[in-house]
Design a protein around this ligand. Structure first.
Ligand SMILES: CC(C)(COP(=O)([O-])OP(=O)([O-])OC[C@H]1O[C@@H](n2cnc3c(N)ncnc32)[C@H](O)[C@@H]1OP(=O)([O-])[O-])[C@@H](O)C(=O)NCCC(=O)NCCSC(=O)C[C@@](C)(O)CC(=O)[O-]
Length: 388
């Protein structure tokens, strides 16, 4: 039994860590929702003057040893290869049309790093982004223009964006939660932004401090202003397969929020399994609902790999016709309290899987592997890449 005190962490970090830890032990039990709700009630969070929410003395009954994956990398690679070969057979037997090309959106410098305990200096972030854009990736999410009090790792957003090489054939989107963030982004010449909402009220409140309806009104203002400056706008919908605060999320709600963002002018909707509790079945249900509201070619899969299910879920997304996949170099992100607990799905594993399926990405896997190895050495953390 372990007693963890989650203090001095941003609400986003707490949400993810706490959700992941609880879910890891309960999954796949049917009681996730009620336990998540009761655990939330047992914690307190206070809006301090400095606007950082903190959990106070959250008790978590768990045994950290159990949290580490018991499988070796070699075993996990074998499982991945088995999965890919079964999937290939299914595709052939059922004459399923997969996308010929998949755009991989690298989110490591933003979504990955924002969850890393170690603060990476701006010069190292710049080097990381430059090397990623030199690997064939066409989109490298660079930073976020959010409050540095909420997400300290992104506090150097202007310096990082101003410092990177801008290749003409690469997009460098940045997260923007409100008009203030947009103004900052415009000052350094950002050309593409992403607004980020969620399909659950609980997560929206704790991530951006407002309701879903309020968040959408904020995004409307941001998008209108962004369009005046000819910026491209991507839309995120988080918690599409479950919320750390509410448990289950109705696929119809995901579809509703996605459609609103799409109608507001987002050119692409990225569907985030924020805490990685998706399964192939849930992915199928969620995409079936969303595709009725937003054309599939405008959808992206943004899956976290908490329970080693992200690639299985991506395969379902490919079957549905999704041809944009978000991922993070070396699987950056995740939970520092459980070293082997994964964050975003690892880019190298995604690119490898796509290559094995004969799907083009235009990405140099060897370069990616080297970048992943270097950044994990720098951060002194596990590399989630399964390839030797
Ligand atoms: C949205 C706010 C700002 C609202 O935060 P708030 O406290 O409600 O905002 P406020 O308007 O009351 O302002 C409070 C303070 O923040 C400042 N402020 C206000 N806006 C900005 C800004 N843009 N940039 C810099 N500073 C800002 C503002 O100036 C003020 O400063 P003070 O007067 O106290 O010194 C806050 O909640 C926030 O920054 N949240 C960040 C959340 C975040 O970054 N989460 C991670 C990204 S989402 C994600 O990772 C999920 C995703 C996308 O990957 C998909 C998935 O996996 O599901």
């Amino acid at each position: 039994m372990i007693f963890l005190i989650f203090q001095n962490l941003t609400i986003r970090q707490n949400a993810i860590y706490f959700g992941n830890i609880l879910l890891y032990f309960l999954y796949p039990k049917q009681v996730i929702k009620s336990l998540l709700n009761s655990s939330l009630k047992s914690s307190q969070y206070t809006n301090k003057n400095n606007q950082i929410y903190k959990y106070k003395s959250v008790k978590i009954n768990c045994n950290l040893n159990k949290m580490a994956s018991t499988l070796t990398k070699a075993q996990r690679l074998k499982n991945l290869n088995d999965l890919l070969s079964q999937f290939s057979n299914k595709v052939k037997q059922n004459n399923i049309k997969l996308p010929k090309f998949v755009k991989v959106v690298e989110v490591g410098p933003r979504d990955g790093l924002q969850n890393e305990a170690t603060l990476l200096p701006a010069k190292d972030k710049i080097d990381l982004i430059n090397r990623l854009s030199d690997s064939g990736l066409k989109t490298v999410e660079t930073t976020s223009f959010v409050s540095p009090k909420w997400v300290p790792q992104m506090g150097d957003n202007m310096e990082v964006f101003a410092g990177i090489n801008k290749y003409p054939n690469v997009s460098y989107p940045c997260l923007v939660p409100n008009v203030k963030g947009l103004e900052q982004a415009l000052k350094v010449g950002v050309k593409e932004i992403a607004v980020f909402g969620a399909a659950s009220e609980g997560f929206t409140q704790k991530n951006i401090n407002c309701s879903i309806a309020e968040s959408l009104e904020r995004f409307r203002a941001v998008i209108e202003e962004a369009k005046k400056h000819n910026l491209l706008v991507r839309g995120y919908v988080s918690t599409v397969m479950g919320c750390p605060y509410q448990g289950d999320v109705d696929p119809e709600k995901v579809a509703e929020v996605s459609k609103i963002l799409y109608d507001m002018g987002c050119y692409e909707i990225s569907l985030g399994d924020t805490i990685g509790i998706g399964t192939p079945e849930k992915t199928d249900k969620m995409l079936t609902a969303v595709k009725k509201q937003v054309p599939v070619e405008k959808l992206a899969a943004h899956f976290h790999d908490t329970f080693d299910k992200a690639i299985s879920n991506i395969l379902v997304a490919l079957e549905h016709g999704v041809s944009v996949v978000d991922s993070s170099i070396a699987g950056l992100g995740g939970c520092p309290y459980a070293k082997k607990q994964a964050g975003n799905v690892c880019t190298e594993n995604v690119v490898y899987s796509l290559q094995q399926l004969g799907i083009e990405t235009g990405i140099d896997l060897l370069k990616l592997k080297q970048i992943g190895s270097d950044i994990t050495t720098k951060l002194k953390r596990d590399n989630m890449c399964l390839l030797e």
